[in-house]
Design a binder for this molecule. Structure first.
Ligand SMILES: *[C@@H]1O[C@H](CO)[C@@H](O)[C@H](O)[C@H]1NC(C)=O
Ligand SMILES: *[C@@H]1O[C@H](CO)[C@@H](O)[C@H](O)[C@H]1NC(C)=O
Ligand SMILES: *[C@@H]1O[C@H](CO)[C@@H](O)[C@H](O)[C@H]1NC(C)=O
Ligand SMILES: *[C@@H]1O[C@H](CO)[C@@H](O)[C@H](O)[C@H]1NC(C)=O
Ligand SMILES: *[C@@H]1O[C@H](CO)[C@@H](O)[C@H](O)[C@H]1NC(C)=O
Ligand SMILES: *[C@@H]1O[C@H](CO)[C@@H](O)[C@H](O)[C@H]1NC(C)=O
Length: 572
């Protein structure tokens, strides 16, 4: 019963609502929310700027970090060198060079071969690559390695240009390889003049790079936004600091109406709610009118904003990142129409993950599919430099850790602070990964729908992120196990007795007596999937009776379906 349902092979489900419940309850109740460049370095200009050369250990023996120019260097090696330099440079911009150990997300600067970070060299590798893209606008859109390298390049150029402190920028300009600046202007004579003011030369060069690369990767932001800076500025100063985004069409009308009423009545949340649909075929005018007549609710045709990037295909998964992007709020709470909360979703804003990183991700159910190694293989092939945090996640390590999960993120509830530049760029890349007609097929061919794209993008762009630690659980009824399985409890859950109903939900609510929590994935086994649900085996101590309070809440949800959700009406 999700607005964006899932396929039978990885049954997520209506249970999903429930998992979600469990997830949230866990979160809130139980856990304290818890090149080129090597070839083009100008050797003359570096030594004078020793303040740009940082060490986290003893300086290496002289010459260690410079390789002699080698015209034979092949493209793959160059690409690898660029990837590594980009990763290190972003970790550097994230302040990791001198950071306390517990503040380190990426960790590449702590893993340097000689404990030595050569900023000049790293910057010129990154920046030379950036320049090479200015006139290289065509690339194989199915190659995620290229996509991500380009996305990092743009992210770096943008941040250096817009967010680096003046003195740091100026210092960087002094060591920027001249040929790079010249290549950017394409006018050597002028660039000679510009040497006199390397700072403005670098500025101009980066502006050119950002414009060109935005056009290559994200031309679809315009309209509505003239540029990335305009977009970034808009979200930084958005009138509504927090808002809610839903996606769905006429057939999700009752679910969405129930969601809105529940948020308003159950949790007293009066925040603006934007409902994104895919054109009049998706949501009829009666529904649009009905939603628009509600206070602080707006139905928005997403295809008017992104006409060619997303479509109501694959049951609309690809709508999600674009809807989050389009929502005119600083912080967006994206909620699946069928998610039911035990606690106010606003608690997510108090989580450590959100406060520290500007986004909050929830784990999917702990599922390992032996046949499902395509996702991890694909990811590991594209991304060779896992962040320190990424190394703790099951998915990329599924090959080597026998029990690790092959599904990671549940996109039924996402919280993103778009006024954080890193979060915004991560969302742009996630949107790109879901983009028609090319990238989406690659992502969906290797993973399930949109869901992994959110953390893929953050991980690959080196934008700090965190998952709420527990996995999705289940709420439903208890099934007794006997014999050798005694001691293992099973909860079977599905929110609806019939997954395919689109109305009259109140009379199709399943029975809820027990909840199975999953903090660690240890001993978790999902099985007996049925349309809209499944059963999970958990050690008995993680299975408990649903409290009277929570049973009453579930009953209120049911009653709301029965009595409060009205048929849509045409506006007069
Ligand atoms: C840093 O790299 C640059 C360019 O490769 C090189 O000229 C310089 O000597 C390096 N600095 C140190 C201290 O090794
Ligand atoms: C470069 O030019 C800018 C403005 O035109 C000026 O503020 C800056 O001080 C100059 N930097 C150098 C190193 O000359
Ligand atoms: C529009 O959709 C709603 C909700 O699914 C439905 O009740 C209504 O009959 C539809 N109206 C038209 C004109 O199709
Ligand atoms: C509901 O929220 C409003 C502000 O949005 C507040 O004035 C009111 O006291 C709240 N009501 C309850 C019951 O918490
Ligand atoms: C979007 O697609 C339509 C129809 O395929 C086409 O006419 C239009 O030029 C495209 N717009 C952009 C900005 O690519
Ligand atoms: C969102 O991020 C911005 C920029 O990092 C920060 O100033 C703001 O406090 C954050 N908002 C919330 C609700 O955490």
């Amino acid at each position: 019963m999700e607005a964006v349902p899932t396929s039978p092979t990885t049954p997520k489900s209506p249970t999903h609502a429930v998992l979600f419940l469990a997830t949230i309850s866990i979160a809130v109740l139980f856990v304290t929310v818890t090149l080129l460049a090597t070839l083009t370095i100008n050797p003359g200009s570096q030594t004078a700027h020793s303040h740009l050369v940082h060490t986290t250990g003893p300086a290496p023996a002289q010459g260690d970090s410079t390789q002699p120019p080698n015209p034979e260097v092949n493209a793959a090696e160059v690409a690898e060198a660029v990837d590594l330099a980009q990763i290190r440079f972003i970790d550097y911009m994230n302040g990791e060079l001198d950071a306390d150990n517990d503040k380190i997300f990426g960790g590449s600067l702590q893993d340097l071969p000689d404990g030595y970070f050569n900023l000049t060299d790293t910057w010129n590798t990154v920046n030379t690559y950036s320049n090479s893209l200015v006139n290289d606008v065509e690339y194989d859109r199915k190659n995620f390695g290229l996509l991500v390298r380009r996305a990092r390049s743009l992210f770096i150029a943008y941040r250096v240009l817009n967010e680096m402190a003046d003195d740091e920028f100026d210092a960087l300009a002094q060591v920027t390889d001249d040929d790079a600046a010249a290549a950017a202007t394409g006018n050597h004579q002028k660039s000679v003049e510009r040497r006199n003011n390397r700072t403005s030369a670098l500025k101009q060069q980066l502006e050119t790079a950002v414009t060109a690369q935005t056009e290559t990767l994200y031309s679809w932001i315009n309209p509505p936004f003239e540029s990335l800076a305009a977009m970034n500025g808009f979200f930084k100063s958005a009138k509504d600091s927090i808002g809610i985004a839903l996606t769905g069409g006429s057939k999700h009308y009752y679910l969405m109406m129930h969601q809105i009423l529940s948020l308003r009545e159950e949790f007293n949340i009066s925040l603006p709610i934007h409902i994104f649909y895919a054109g009049p075929e998706d949501m009829n005018a009666t529904c649009v009118d009905t939603f628009n007549a509600m206070e602080n609710v707006q139905a928005v045709d997403l295809l008017q904003i992104f006409p060619n990037q997303t479509k109501l295909q694959d049951r609309g998964y690809s709508m999600k990142p674009f809807a989050i992007l389009a929502a005119p709020f600083k912080t967006v709470l994206f909620i699946d129409a069928d998610a039911l909360f035990f606690k106010s979703p606003l608690h997510a804003l108090e989580s450590r993950a959100f406060k520290e990183t500007g986004h909050l991700f929830f784990h999917d159910r702990f599922l390992r599919e032996e046949s499902g190694m395509r996702g991890p293989d694909f990811f590991n092939d594209v991304h060779k430099h896992l962040s320190r945090y990424g190394q703790t996640i099951g998915f990329p390590n599924a090959k080597t850790r026998k029990r690790a999960e092959t599904h990671e993120l549940d996109s039924g509830f996402l919280v993103l602070n778009k006024s954080n530049t890193g979060v915004l760029f991560s969302l742009l890349l996630a949107s790109k990964m879901n983009s028609m007609p090319f990238e989406k097929d690659v992502l969906y061919g290797h993973t399930h729908g949109d869901k992994e794209s959110f953390w893929f993008a953050s991980e690959m762009l080196r934008v700090p992120y965190q998952f709420n630690s527990p996995y999705g659980g289940a709420i439903g009824t208890l099934r007794k196990m006997e014999g050798k399985n005694t001691g293992t409890a099973v909860v079977c859950s599905g929110v609806l007795s019939d997954r395919y109903v689109t109305t009259d939900f109140g009379n199709h609510f399943a029975e809820f007596t027990h909840v199975a929590l999953d903090f660690d994935g240890v001993g978790t086994k999902w099985f007996d999937f049925f349309p809209g649900g499944g059963c999970v085996k958990r050690p008995s101590r993680h299975v408990m009776e649903l409290s009277a309070e929570h049973q009453a809440l579930m009953e209120r949800y049911r009653q709301r379906f029965l009595h409060s959700v009205k048929d849509p009406v045409t506006a007069v």
